[in-house]
Design a protein around this ligand. Structure first.
Ligand SMILES: Nc1ncnc2c1ncn2[C@@H]1O[C@H](COP(=O)(O)OP(=O)(O)OP(=O)(O)O)[C@@H](O)[C@H]1O
Length: 145
């Protein structure tokens, strides 16, 4: 999906050290988050949605169980986007610039996974937030509960 101008993740061979401590591993995990934020436009969109949902949730004073569902929905999509990026990187590492039907299959199916994850996210958000919005708009009926 439009990554023609992206720099390849692996540009040249570099030496690396294995994680010796828990904190070294944690540092690399945070580096992974930074890579997602700086390289992946779609990931940034997920983050914006998450911040928006956080703001709406605080504004509406969501119940504990509603926070739970909203959190699961938002992170489900974020994790799917991360898996999609991992698959793209592994495919590129394996086939490079060469056209390959299996590479296409892997990338397209990974992208389909993100579409389903976002569908689940939006379904959860709609079900959870709808009663709050309706009360906010002054609409009272059976769908408020
Ligand atoms: N090596 C390849 N062989 C065949 N088709 C490929 C190959 N690499 C990519 N494609 C096709 O081109 C599309 C775009 O690939 P690309 O590498 O740009 O993914 P991406 O779009 O960067 O995804 P995202 O926007 O989620 O980061 C893929 O969905 C796939 O259909």
């Amino acid at each position: 999906m439009g990554s023609q101008n992206k720099k390849p993740i692996i540009q040249k061979r570099k030496a690396y050290k294995r994680n010796k401590t828990f904190f070294a591993a944690l540092f690399n995990a945070f580096n992974g988050i930074w890579i997602m934020i700086s390289r992946e436009r779609n990931f940034r969109i997920h983050i914006v949605i998450a911040l928006l949902v956080l703001w709406v949730g605080i504004y509406f004073h969501l119940s504990r169980s509603d926070w739970l569902w909203v959190t699961v929905g938002v992170f489900f999509a974020i994790v799917a986007e991360i898996l999609n990026t991992i698959i793209e990187a592994i495919v590129d590492l394996t086939v490079g610039d060469r056209y390959d039907d299996l590479a296409k299959l892997a990338k397209d199916v990974a992208a389909a996974g993100v579409v389903f994850a976002v569908f689940i996210e939006f379904t959860i958000l709609a079900i959870i937030l709808q009663p709050y919005f309706w009360v906010w708009l002054g609409i009272h009926n059976l769908f408020n509960y």
